[in-house]
Write a protein that binds this ligand. Structure first.
Ligand code: ADP
Length: 445
């Protein structure tokens, strides 16, 4: 077994009587691999709850399983949507103190109602939405329903009882429970948040520390967006590759926190722009191109389409390895979303007919190659989006960036074949890039 440091695994059984140097753990405990080079058949691991470190027999643990993609998986299993008051009452039978659900208000569209069973009765609290916040009593305010339920599960506040037991909507599965069973739920008390390192479309990204590991934390406050990201996260639990940004787990607190490995050198566009030709040579550029290609070859082998491959979505690690991020995001693009498509990176057939495929990812990869070899320039410089759309459809293609090796430019051109099936696979591209790398190393010697 070859597990990388940072891999999370689950104990298959108890190990109470540890010999010196060994770690004590119980069945179901989550351990983090620290060092695999210590002793054959063993590795050094850190216990995720106790924080202790020690040797673990590798036959005693299994790798953390991927989460099943399940549309019923919900951050708000207690949310029943548009049901009436009497329906809510009948769902909260038999009575049980603290049994609760949330529904949409019938009379006041946009507001919600928190229904709680207490002393044999069901009490309905109107949740008012005003100034982008939710409130029941005008004293406590919340960003979203998740936040509110979290609060009233711990504090009685001005309602009749703390919330003790969610009445789950039929078919809904608690994401919290599933995440925790599978070992992907992290413990917020072990997370230290540091400085802000980026702004995403849906939330800020922070530097942090999780049990001695440097991490990046993406925080998503809007509950609807968080629910959508939950699906992305589910996809990420299945994927492990040295050229994909690794998911450590998630934290559910006032929304969703996605914890990934920290890529200290930031995104590839900024990396190249701020350093430029004098610092980054063509061998390093090709290295980045190969890194991304290998990550994409892996996604290709899993039949996953990225849809938003671009240098801004590639991050660079401390040791200058490029890794693809933001994968698994946009699986269900709605037609209305097409205005948001990254026009300059999207293949013609995807723009026109929404035909996304690995081959449309290959097109985007061609644009990314151009970005790399132009040191992070904006593609199709000085052209408007409309112009790009029309001219590319008419056969126009970008010229080679300054000093771009001819072999690399010819790869861009085959990525930009109008006909998707004429474009190479990532597998083929990787082989060609490796040949190119050999050529380049020969000359630079
Ligand atoms: P978007 O919403 O635009 O896809 P993200 O939310 O993924 O962007 O990230 C925004 C920015 O935060 C990135 O461009 C990058 O600079 C930074 N960032 C994101 N994830 C990480 C990470 N794991 N390590 C370091 N920086 C990151």
């Amino acid at each position: 077994m070859s597990w990388a440091a940072g891999t999370q695994c689950v104990a298959k059984g108890d190990h109470r009587k540890a010999k010196p140097g060994e770690l004590v753990y119980h069945k179901g405990d989550i351990l983090t691999v620290v060092d695999t080079s210590t002793r054959k058949g063993y590795f050094k691991a850190r216990h995720n709850t106790t924080g202790e470190e020690g040797l673990v027999n590798s036959t005693n643990v299994r790798e953390r399983e991927a989460l099943r993609v399940d549309p019923g998986l919900s951050l708000m299993p207690w949310f029943h949507g548009n049901i009436s008051g009497p329906e809510a009452v009948s769902k909260l039978q038999p009575p049980e103190d603290g049994l609760f659900l949330v529904r949409e208000s019938v009379r006041h569209p946009g507001d919600y109602v928190l229904c709680v069973s207490v002393s044999g009765q069901v009490v309905h609290y109107r949740v008012i939405y005003q100034d982008n916040k939710l409130t029941i009593d005008n004293a406590e305010h919340f960003y979203n329903l998740i936040d509110m339920i979290e609060f009233y599960s711990e504090n009685k506040g001005s309602i009749a009882t703390t919330l003790l037991k969610p009445k789950q909507k039929h078919g809904a599965k608690s994401a919290e429970l599933e995440l925790s069973k599978s070992g992907w739920l992290l413990d917020i008390t072990k997370l230290t948040l540091g400085e802000n390192i980026g702004e995403g479309e849906f939330g800020a990204v922070y530097k942090g520390d999780y049990m001695g590991q440097r991490v990046a934390v993406k925080t998503i406050k809007c509950d609807v967006t968080a629910q959508a990201f939950l699906q992305e996260t589910t996809v990420m639990t299945k994927l492990q590759h040295k050229n994909l940004v690794r998911l450590l787990g998630v934290i559910l607190h006032k929304g969703l926190h996605i914890v990934t490995e920290l890529m200290t050198k930031g995104n590839l566009v900024n990396f190249l722009r701020t350093r430029g030709r004098s610092v980054v040579n063509s061998v390093q550029l090709l290295r980045f191109a190969l890194d991304v290609c290998e990550g994409m070859e892996y996604l290709e082998s899993k039949k996953l389409v990225h849809r938003d491959l671009a240098a801004r979505n590639v991050l660079v690690s401390d040791d200058s390895v490029a890794k693809v991020s933001d994968f698994g995001l946009t699986k269900d693009l709605k037609v209305s979303d097409s205005v948001k498509l990254p026009i300059k990176w999207t293949a013609p057939e995807a723009l026109k007919k929404e035909k996304f495929s690995t081959k449309s990812d290959v097109w985007s990869y061609g644009v990314l190659l151009w970005e790399i070899f132009s040191y992070g320039r904006q593609p199709y410089p000085k052209m408007s989006l409309q112009e790009v759309k029309e001219r590319v459809e008419g056969g126009y293609r970008m010229e080679a960036p300054e000093d771009c090796p001819a072999g690399v430019y010819s790869l861009m051109r085959i990525c930009w074949e109008q006909e998707p099936r004429k474009r190479p696979t990532f597998h083929k591209l990787r082989e060609k890039l490796e040949q190119e790398m050999q050529e380049m190393s020969k000359h630079s010697r």
